[in-house]
Design a protein around this ligand. Structure first.
Ligand code: AMP
Ligand code: ZN
Ligand code: FE
Ligand code: FE
Length: 298
């Protein structure tokens, strides 16, 4: 093979579209991925796979493969931070899996409405209808942030989060979340490979969190993430190695000016894709597992 033909596959396994809180539609995201020279992306929208079919259709003529993915945000015990669980190579056609995602999105909807109500009670002139219009799919705080920016209460999304939308601030309302273990089980029930996202900031990662999540069926660790420096990547790779987890990575692209890493801005080893695919294949060959929401959730 000539040097010219040995073009590096460029992949980005962590991206968001308007199916959740990304700024670009699945079609536009894939177009930009192609423009950036990517040949494969994982579409990992929050609590939904609804952008996957559109992204795959847009990717086919451009030579961009789209892996069906998801991101489920969960909380760790107080003070340890959050565990965001990514899933890859999901079977998006499983009714029970989709019903649970729909439940999570519905809980977000109710929480979004409560956030707006709470802000209005404190004199903020924003409308739920505007938030709903900004959210083309899964509603999140970023959409409330955009409504606050539109109304002149904040300069950008980070500013809106810092001033109004984080715990203890005027607009904050908690929402129903699965536990990290439940998120892993949910993803496995759709034969997806569960991966712990951007884990560097988690308190107790190596001591308690990883051993527990590996026990629950975690299969990967996002090591090549966003702006992580070499030292952080090396520390995470050592942990992935110690627990026999697939090291994954990506940009967490949501659109310009949201996270600092551009689409495809983080190198990810090409063999990652094959390892995730094989992990999912293996789950498909095993007896199916089920995930049931605990009744107390309703
Ligand atoms: P939610 O899912 O509604 O709880 O909102 C969380 C999402 O908002 C995360 O997944 C990020 O995409 C985004 N986010 C969280 N914190 C910030 C921040 N400080 N600035 C911008 N976006 C943020
Ligand atoms: Zn997001
Ligand atoms: Fe995340
Ligand atoms: Fe993300």
């Amino acid at each position: 093979m000539s040097a010219g033909a040995a073009r590096l596959a460029r992949i980005d396994l962590h991206t968001h579209s308007t199916a959740s809180d990304g700024l670009f539609s699945p079609t536009e995201l894939v177009r930009r991925a192609s423009e950036a020279g990517l040949t494969l992306i994982g579409l990992t929208d929050h609590d939904t796979t609804n952008g996957v079919a559109e992204a795959q259709a847009a990717g086919a003529p451009l030579g961009v493969t789209v892996i069906p993915g998801v991101e489920i945000n969960t909380d760790l015990p107080e003070g340890q931070g959050e565990a965001h669980v990514l899933g890859y190579y999901l079977d998006v056609n499983q009714p029970a899996f989709q019903a649970t995602l729909a439940f999570l999105r519905d809980a977000r909807e109710k929480r979004g409405e409560r956030m707006v109500q709470q802000l209005r009670e404190q004199g903020f002139d924003i409308e739920w209808s505007r938030v709903r219009e900004l959210a083309k799919g899964t509603v999140g705080r970023p959409h409330v942030a955009r409504a606050l920016i539109d109304a002149g209460y904040a300069t950008d999304v980070s500013d809106a989060f810092a001033r109004y939308l984080t715990r203890g601030k005027a607009g904050y309302v908690p929402r129903f979340k699965l536990s990290p273990e439940q998120a892993i089980q949910l993803i496995r029930s759709a034969q997806g490979a569960p991966v712990l996202a951007h884990p560097a900031g988690i308190v107790g990662l190596s001591e308690t969190v990883l051993p527990t999540l590996v026990q629950a069926g975690l299969l990967g660790l996002e090591c090549y993430y966003g702006q992580y420096d070499d030292e952080t990547v090396a520390r995470l790779l050592a942990l992935a190695n110690a627990h026999d987890l697939i090291p994954t990575g990506g940009s967490d692209y949501h659109g310009p000016n949201i996270h600092p890493t551009r689409l495809g801005g983080r190198w990810v080893p090409p063999e990652t894709v094959e390892r995730l695919r094989q992990a999912s294949e293996k789950l498909r060959a095993e007896p199916p597992t089920t995930f049931t929401l605990p009744e107390a959730s309703y």
